[in-house]
Write a protein of this length. Structure first.
Length: 186
């Protein structure tokens, strides 16, 4: 499959290297990130209830080639299918009392354009300086001189990480995996 919204069948599967095993139980750090909602979001002050924070490495930029070797990097491909899956499960997540934020190291103006194009009903946060990622010691990789965060999903409750999903594969099932977990942990 060659569409931006689908995934080829032969993409390399990321392995669980234990890089996120320590996250459960940690408090979200006092980091403020720029949002596509036109304001800053304090990740340590998300309020009561559950919050879904899912990191994606990057989405493609129209008119630009993907980084060389992108499809060979385990877990790199699939940001658009993942975003669309969370969009399509937005009502389920709201019914389960969860707010959603998408995060990447791409800048807010690009994220805003992407969020509008994909009709995302939630805010996208820019961690362009890797401030949040570094505070939590999240796993990263570098390609074409860009430091990117590996794909992962966190469920926080009352600003404490309750569950982490890492590695996330395939990205298109990430939202349904989160919905299933929330339904079993109401």
């Amino acid at each position: 499959m060659s569409s931006l919204h689908g995934l080829r069948d032969n993409l390399p599967r990321p392995i669980d290297d234990g890089a996120c095993d320590y996250l459960t139980g940690m408090m979200l750090p006092a980091v403020v990130l720029s949002s596509t909602g036109g304001h800053d979001v304090s990740l340590a002050a998300l309020g009561p209830g559950r919050t879904i924070l899912y990191y994606y490495p990057r989405t493609g930029v129209p008119g630009e080639s993907l980084p060389q070797g992108w499809d060979a990097i385990p877990g790199a491909r699939g940001s658009t299918p993942q975003a669309c899956a969370f969009r399509d499960h937005a009502a389920d997540l709201a019914r389960l009392g969860a707010q959603v934020f998408e995060l990447s190291t791409q800048d807010t103006p690009y994220q805003h354009e992407m969020a509008e194009h994909l009709h995302l009903p939630f805010e996208v946060l820019s961690d362009v300086q890797c401030t949040f990622a570094d505070a939590l010691r999240l796993p990263t990789f570098t390609v074409d001189g860009m430091r990117l965060i590996k794909r992962l999903t966190l469920i926080a409750r009352e600003n404490r990480i309750e569950r982490g999903f890492y590695p996330v594969f395939p990205p298109s099932s990430s939202a349904s995996d989160v919905v299933a977990w929330l339904e079993n942990h109401a």
